[in-house]
Design a protein around this ligand. Sequence first.
Ligand code: ANZ
Ligand code: ZN
Length: 875
Amino acid sequence: MSEQDIERYNPREMEPHWQSVWAERDTFVIDNNDPREKYYVLEMFPYPSGNIHVGHVRNYAMGDVVARYHRARGKNVLHPMGWDAFGLPAENAAKQKGVHPAEWTYANIAAMRDQLKLMGLSLDWTRELATCDPDYYGQQQKLFLDFLEAGFVRRKKSKVNWDPVDETVLANEQVIDGRGWRSGAEVEQKELTQWFFTISDFAEDLLDSIDTLDGWPDKVRLMQRNWIGRSEGMLIRWEIVEGTAPEGHTALDVFTTRPDTLFGASFMAVAADHPLARAAAKADPELSAFIDKCRRMGTSVAALETAEKEGYKTAIHVKHPFDPEWELPLYVANFVLMDYGTGAIFGCPSGDQRDLDFARKYDLPVTAVVKPEDADDDFTITDTAYVGDGVMINSQFLDGLSPKDAFDEVARRLENAQFEGKPQGERRVNYRLRDWGISRQRYWGCPIPIIHCDNCGTVPVSETDLPVKLPEDVTFDRPGNPLDHHPTWKHVSCPSCGADALRETDTMDTFVDSSWYFARFTAPKAASPTEPAMATDWLPVDQYIGGIEHAILHLLYSRFFTRAMHRTGHLKLDEPFKGLFTQGMVTHETYKDKAGEWLFPEDVVLANDAGKRSATHAKTGEPVSIGSIEKMSKSKRNVVAPEDIVKTYGADTARWFVLSDSPPERDVQWTDAGIEGAWRFAQRLWRLTAEAAAILDAPQRDAGETRIDTAALVREAHRATREVGKAIETIRFNVAVANIYELANTVGKAISTLGDAANGEERQALSSAIRRLVMLAGPFVPHLAETCWRRLGEEALLAETKWPEVDEALLVEDTVTLPVQVNGKRRGEIAVARGAPQADIEAATLSLDAVQRMLEGRAPKKLIIVPDRIVNVVI
Ligand code: ANZ
Ligand code: ZN
């Protein structure tokens, strides 16, 4: 057949066509009452920034392959999409462009919805939701009230980073070098009364249940474990030397994970906000100044860890629990956190690097108390603390024990010692996980449904008054929270006593919005947060797919929410995500012009001269330097717009490329060559289909022998079916793609041997193989595959067609490997044809080196062959 007979596949025409066919037939709209097995696949929903980026394309293409595959496997598949629509960018847009956050957000949603639709995703759009809809956030307010009643909400004072210019609380990441990221103002530490979810009460369960999440990547489970941060240690009560501390302070409680190192103690330290520090500062202006300095440093752990360790030596001294003569000095230190353990430590410089740095700076003793197993007895510490296992030294009654036994011995003794009417020490489990502060002083978020009344305190808004809607007439022309300066919104009467009262003007952290949307999708229009029966039917999410950047907070908060919703009757399970997959990022080369400015790839012309690559500016022709390959980001301009790719090559090509080039958990580098390769494959699949269809449409060729190995062709098609299915189920899309390529090659060879007509047997094999090829490609390149399907004369939609069955009998390997035993002990193995005659097996066995050596020229007494299983030689 000549080239002209086969037109090129035109995605510009076919993609919109199939999208509208699917939409008209409601192909992807699900019916809750459908009796088939349910499957829920979900990709992390996007923030409506206004544009789909390539990372989205990869993320949603992956979810779509999974959804289309399981649908073809006969399941009732829920695959919804929504918008994580509250957040600061909308307020920034309001400030900068004077457009209302709602208007900005909904316009972005509309634009992104259109872009997503171009990708041909098999989504049930009837379930779309946006977290900024009162329909959604009103139900979230209901959840808040239920959580409040159940005791999962607390109100307490906490320290925040306060930007005095923007009049707003900053997240730790928004404090850069002690200054607000937007205003540049010096950040202050301020105490605010805020709302918290009591996630720390769930720490143990959240930690233990990680073991059940076997559908999650190990690295994410580890990140969750570390974040929850369980430490087994002791609370030890130290006696303060009389007369050295302010009135009323007689004891210092310390949390330690290393009571075994007690004899290496050389100082004590408390946090700047520790009550003892505050009390001591009253009579000591210098200490007071030091405490102020610590407060300015910021609250983040990162800030504390990178800052130089500093301390202030107080007059207070503390007695060692095992030696009343031994008095240790107490410092106020910048590296001790108030909200961990008890906010006080004993410092053991030989066993902790921070303590060692501190001891060197303030010239404190350093006594090694653990030596490595193989070290000499005069083991000392110089500039690196020893944190490993070993043997206790310089530790009186602990000497010679392992640190673990020393821990137990110290625990035993201190549990039995009494101090101020309590045991001097107690075993303690401590978690790093803090309660989740959700109060934000912002407009574009879910209002916290609380009213503050002078008589009644904090009063929940009555359920019948939900949703507490955001006022629309707000202004952003001055700093602070617009809800706070709105003239009327916050003035209400108390639901309880009727007096004048004020609404809470804080809104919820946007992480709250994304902590339960997966449940809402199971009944997006319900008049309560969920329809529990529906949620029970659909949840957990069978496969959740998203970025590793959400591996900690989002997943942990969702796990907490699911538990809290379970206990308040909204759900009937604890773990929301059965399978989790975190995909890699899309990267691109970076380019800079002569002046060192980043350039967009579209402004760069690349050349390749015998392997030596160079680049010039597309407009000026000036040389451009090629930089490293990095995650696509606006700041480095190494981005490509998915819309442009879709316009030029079509969605299928973009989908194929992002799924084919590297394992899905790894980064994929976007290159023009890669996308062109994907485009060529799309055209090839179309050409193969057209050629095969032409052969199948032609009259049967009756004369002549069969020219292709029809059995091999069919076997290869079944093999590919099995492999592609397995690969999709285990989220190895690149492996699936490789198998599709292989089958395409086999089919291509058969077609070129056949020419333009085939006999009956050939027709059957070719028809089966090409149909399978198209079906296997379907989840990846759905529009193209649908077009091919039609070309093969199929009437039904491929999207509504069942996945082909695999005939396992066809795939049985034709060679088998048999273990060979000599006198019952395994000595080697042989590979023989399945069902090979006994004589062949015997010959192969006797030719094995190991067997020959043991026989030493003799013949075996007996040779037992269990066909296709094992050979045993008796000598
Ligand atoms: C003495 C000691 C000796 C310690 C030694 C460590 C090594 P994790 O494992 O993270 O739970 N610590 C306790 N409270 C602290 C606070 N509020 N701020 C800063 N550090 C604090 O850490 C527990 C260890 O961190 C504790 O054990 C304590 O130092 C310190 F060779 O006690 B350790
Ligand atoms: Zn009241």
